[in-house]
Design a protein around this ligand. Sequence first.
Ligand SMILES: [Zn+2]
Ligand SMILES: [Zn+2]
Length: 289
Amino acid sequence: MQSPRAQNRQACEHCNERRYQTFVAKSSNGLFSLAQAKICPHCHEECQRCEDEGFIFIKDNRGYRYAAPCPDCAPMRQRIKAFNDSHIPAHYREKTFENFERTTSNMGRIHLDLFRYANSFLPGDKGFLLHGPPGGGKTHLMSAFIHRITLEKGINARFVEFSHLLSSLRLQFDQGKGDTAIILPLVEVEVLAIDELGKGVNNEWQLSVLDELISKRYNLGRTTLFTSNYQIRPDKFKYSDVANDDIRRITRETLAERIGDRIFSRLFEMTSFIHVDAPDFRKNKLRVI
Ligand SMILES: [Zn+2]
Ligand SMILES: [Zn+2]
């Protein structure tokens, strides 16, 4: 509940009345930058109940005092913490549903569907896999979904770039940690979002770790989201006029070939497959059959 003073003041132009702001910060290991959020300093007023401690003391019926989250401001703090723990890359700091560019009617429909899904979403609900050529806004949409469920609903989520995931698994494995210890935090998180699935997979060990991660999340009924540049069916495009080698490789291979039939069929059960167009890319580079 807002205080009477808060209700009377002018709308805050700094945070658009969201009461939080996002900014960019270096990750704890300093290697990459992350999107972070904080309470808006321009419109924030000290919590009258807990004086911004975030918790209050309650006496139980035996007279013992214990600390409990402040009912007035703890939900806001939890939402900001959920966003900050999600590790959205700095580049996607402001990639939300509000600023997504709907270039085709199909994109408009996907955008609206995912926006509605985020608003009604509960942890454990079915995930989705956004697939299509690069440049169509898949990562923007997945990032927007994570923004929404963390900052508006306080749901714990984690965003990982697939090739970074593989290299950090490799690093931890080289340091002598077992497979299970490595993937445990990613198994536990309520919503895991994996960007660019299939990129960089090149050995059996990586596939077996990916299989373990996805199977465990599946068995626990946890929601997992994906984007992938690899196509689902092998015959969607003609390649004769594709100039760039990377694009040719991406469009020629299917996701099932990249990650194996076993993981692919698991994804089919866990997620809704959504084809995301990339009109600019397609117009310039590819002819659709
Ligand atoms: Zn503000
Ligand atoms: Zn409070």
